[in-house]
Design a protein around this ligand. Structure first.
Ligand code: DX5
Ligand code: ZN
Length: 218
């Protein structure tokens, strides 16, 4: 069975003090880095130079979420820089399988993201090409939005397909994940949990990570 993993997003952390902010979540399994280009989503964060510096200065493995146009061009550089996992969006990739193979060849886990309105059905036969599917549980672009419960059946269908195929693909959820919503996502079959505001608005982020882990495991 898939491991339960917590990946706090620094989107709503103090971006002027990323080293310190990542230090506060040292007990997490990953740090989730949201790259936005103001084209694929209506917001802009940071790109390759900043991610390269984070990778060089933190011990927490990086889970890079690319919300950008043209991931075919840009994603391999994040794998090359040492990201443990690189997620690109199905809606933006021209050749998702070619890109996934390139990411794996560079030593990263290859992950496919689906916006809330994008189905998994077209990708079911291709799941062995990926290490993870990210089912977005909000419209990508901003932290602090509320969890879209209508995405739960897609998580369930994806988990059922992975189980039937006998594969070992992780399912990540991202957006509105909190003490209130994480158990539903876990019950539907997710095993990797991104949490931005839930972790960074908590008085004690390490304690919040432990609570989330417990609620996902129950
Ligand atoms: C949103 C990003 C998320 C975001 C989640 O588009 O992909 O990773 O940081 O933030 P919360 O957990 O606050 O919804
Ligand atoms: Zn994200």
């Amino acid at each position: 069975t898939a491991p339960i993993l917590i990946s706090p997003s620094v989107l709503n952390a103090d971006l002027a003090n990323l080293t310190g902010e990542i230090g506060r979540i040292a007990s997490a399994d990953y740090v989730h880095l949201d790259v936005m280009d103001n084209h694929f989503v209506p917001n802009m964060t940071f790109g390759l130079p900043v991610v390269e510096r984070i990778l060089a200065t933190t011990a927490v493995p990086a889970d890079v979420h690319l919300m950008i146009d043209d991931p075919d061009t840009w994603a391999p550089a994040y794998a090359e820089a040492g990201a443990a996992s690189v997620t690109f969006h199905a809606e933006a990739a021209r050749a998702p399988v070619r890109l996934a193979r390139e990411l794996r060849a560079k030593g990263a886990r290859a992950s496919l993201a689906l916006r809330p309105a994008t189905g998994i059905e077209n990708y079911l036969d291709l799941l062995p090409e990926f290490d993870m599917v990210l089912v977005m549980t909000v419209e990508p672009g901003f932290g602090g939005q509320s969890f879209i419960t209508g995405t739960l059946p897609k998580i369930r269908r994806t988990r059922d397909a992975i189980t039937r195929s006998g594969g070992d693909v992780w399912i990540q959820v991202d957006g509105g994940v909190s003490r209130e919503t994480i158990a539903d996502a876990a019950a539907a079959g997710a095993n990797v949990f991104v949490a931005g505001s839930a972790v960074y608005s908590a008085a004690d982020p390490a304690e919040e990570i432990a609570v989330l882990r417990g609620k996902a495991t129950d």
